[in-house]
Ligand binder design. Structure first.
Ligand SMILES: [Zn+2]
Ligand SMILES: [Zn+2]
Length: 223
């Protein structure tokens, strides 16, 4: 049995995929939030060393902030897309392209955002199976929010998508598209890819779980 545990690490949700053979952590939250993870593991009686891999969906600061500390304590290798991995190593964040008009006036994509540098162990450009880490699943490339955004598919049914789909109660419009996207057309193509994988449920880093039909409806209404 595989269980997907949501863990709040600040205003963002990381997910722990737990299976009898091992555990994979997806994303590492804001900086200085690692204690939330340790508390969670303690409560669940899971040793930090049970985490066999840390997958980073993308390099924005709310997803890599506590990564250095988490990597140190778990000893787990860090997997990230090559394009974001190079930035992470240098302590840089991928550009933030805000899709909401009024907000884009406040945040420019040219603004340099620093993150705590971490040396990635596995940099991918293509699909990556998770069987060796005890999880029935794979990592796929779903660009759009950022060029190197990744999605983790578990049991062919669940998709942990980072910021490829989201629901910000205050900021988002009626749709579930990210409020930040380097290329919004690519986001919709990535949604189609996730749908084509046979996924039923989306686990976003921001907001509540989303049924796949919501994304299907949005895509079909776009024509
Ligand atoms: Zn992001
Ligand atoms: Zn985010």
């Amino acid at each position: 049995m595989t269980t997907i545990h949501p863990i709040k690490l600040g205003f963002v949700t990381s997910y722990l995929i737990e299976s009898p053979k091992g555990a994979v952590l997806v994303d590492a939250g804001y900086a200085k939030k690692e204690n939330h993870l340790w508390k969670f593991l303690q409560k669940q009686n899971i040793d930090p060393s049970a985490i066999k891999l840390i997958v980073i969906t993308h390099g924005h600061l709310d997803h890599v902030g506590s990564l250095k500390k988490i990597k140190e304590k778990t000893g787990a290798p860090v997997l990230i897309h090559e394009s974001e991995g190079k930035l992470l190593k240098a302590g840089e964040s991928p550009a933030v392209h805000v899709t909401i008009n009024w907000l884009s006036k406040l945040i420019s994509p040219d603004k340099k955002i620093k993150v705590i540098p971490v040396e990635p162990d596995i940099m991918i450009t293509d699909d990556f199976p998770l069987d060796d880490y005890g999880v029935n699943g794979k990592v796929i490339h779903t660009p759009g929010h950022t060029a190197g955004s990744l999605t983790v598919i578990v049991d062919s049914k669940y998709a942990i998508v980072g910021d490829t789909a989201m629901k910000f109660p205050i900021l988002s419009r009626s749709s579930y598209e990210p409020i930040v996207a380097e290329n919004i057309q690519q986001v919709f193509q990535s949604w189609q890819r996730i749908i084509d994988e046979g996924v039923e449920t989306i686990y976003p880093a921001h907001g509540k779980v989303i049924g796949i039909d919501v994304l299907k409806d949005i895509l079909s209404n776009r024509g």
